[in-house]
Design a protein around this ligand. Structure first.
Ligand code: AKG
Length: 234
C-alpha cells in the first residue's frame, strides 16, 4: 500500500473517511488471511476491466431462483443438492473472462479455473455463511469484487458460541474482511476448508472506524471442478 493510499481520504459516495484506519484494518486482514492460507489482493483488476466486466455481465441473462441474482459459467451448480455432475457442464468459460481466468489460474490455481459464478448483491442482500462444496470444487476459490465495498465474515468452522474476534495469531473465531471494488480474495488452506465465509445482509458496514454504505456489488467467483458425480455430504 503506497503512501498516498495511507494518508489521503477515502471517498465513498460522498462520504469521507481517513485512509489510515481502514488501511490498518486491511493490512491486518492481509496478515490474518495469509496465516490461514488465503490472500487479499487490492486492485487485482483495473477500473477499465471492472467496467468491461459489468457491461458484459449486465448484457447476459440472470438466474433468479435465489434471493440474489446469479449467473453460472463453465458449470452450473445445484445449490439444493450441493453437487456438480458432468452433465452440468455448460462449456468453456466465455471469452470476456478468459484473460482474468488465465491470470488467476497462473497465480493461484496452477491451472485454468473451470467455473465462474457471478453473484449480484443489492444493498441489504448477502450470502449465508458456508464452506464451498468440498467434493465439488478444488482447494482454491477466488472471488473478485466489482462495484462496491462489503464486509465478508470468516468464522472458524468449529467455533463455539464465544465468537472471539481473531487475534494476530488467528486464535479467535472470526475475521471481518473489508473487500474493496476490484480486489480479489483467495480462499485456500484453512480459510477454504476450516473457516466459513459469508456476507451479512446489511445496507452498510461499520469497520475500521468508518461506515461504508453498500452499493450494488457484483462478484466473480472462480473455482476448479473436481471429478464427475460427486455429491456433497455437507
Ligand atoms: O460474493 C462473494 O464474494 C462470495 C460468493 C460466494 O461465497 C459463493 O458464491 O459461494
Amino acid at each position: 500500500m503506497d503512501a498516498m493510499r495511507e494518508t489521503s481520504p477515502y471517498l465513498i459516495r460522498g462520504e469521507i473517511f481517513p485512509r489510515t484506519s481502514i488501511a490498518a484494518h486491511i493490512a491486518g486482514q492481509q496478515q490474518l488471511l495469509r496465516r490461514l492460507g488465503g490472500r487479499y489482493i487490492p486492485d487485482c483488476i483495473s477500473e477499465q476491466e471492472e467496467k468491461f466486466f459489468l457491461r458484459r455481465i449486465d448484457s447476459a441473462e440472470w438466474i433468479t431462483d435465489l434471493k440474489r441474482r446469479v449467473q453460472h459459467y463453465g458449470y452450473r451448480y445445484d445449490y439444493t443438492a450441493r453437487s456438480i455432475v458432468d452433465d452440468m457442464r455448460i462449456g468453456d468459460l466465455p471469452q470476456w473472462v478468459m484473460p482474468l481466468a488465465e491470470r488467476l489460474g497462473g497465480a493461484f490455481f496452477g491451472k485454468l479455473p473451470q467455473q465462474v459464478i457471478v453473484n449480484e448483491y443489492e444493498p441489504g442482500q448477502g450470502i449465508a455463511p458456508h464452506v464451498d462444496c468440498e467434493p465439488c470444487f478444488g482447494d482454491v476459490v477466488v472471488s473478485v469484487s466489482l462495484g462496491s465495498t462489503c464486509v465478508m465474515d470468516l468464522a472458524r468452522r468449529d467455533a463455539g458460541k464465544a465468537n472471539r474476534v481473531a487475534d494476530s495469531g488467528c486464535g479467535g473465531d472470526r475475521i471481518q474482511l473489508f473487500l474493496e471494488p476490484r480486489s480479489a480474495v483467495v480462499l485456500s488452506g484453512d480459510s477454504r476448508h476450516r473457516w466459513t465465509h459469508g456476507i451479512a445482509p446489511r445496507k452498510k458496514d461499520a469497520i475500521g472506524g468508518g461506515i461504508y454504505h453498500r452499493r450494488r456489488r457484483v462478484s466473480l467467483t472462480f473455482r476448479t471442478v473436481l471429478s464427475e458425480n460427486r455429491h456433497a455430504g455437507n
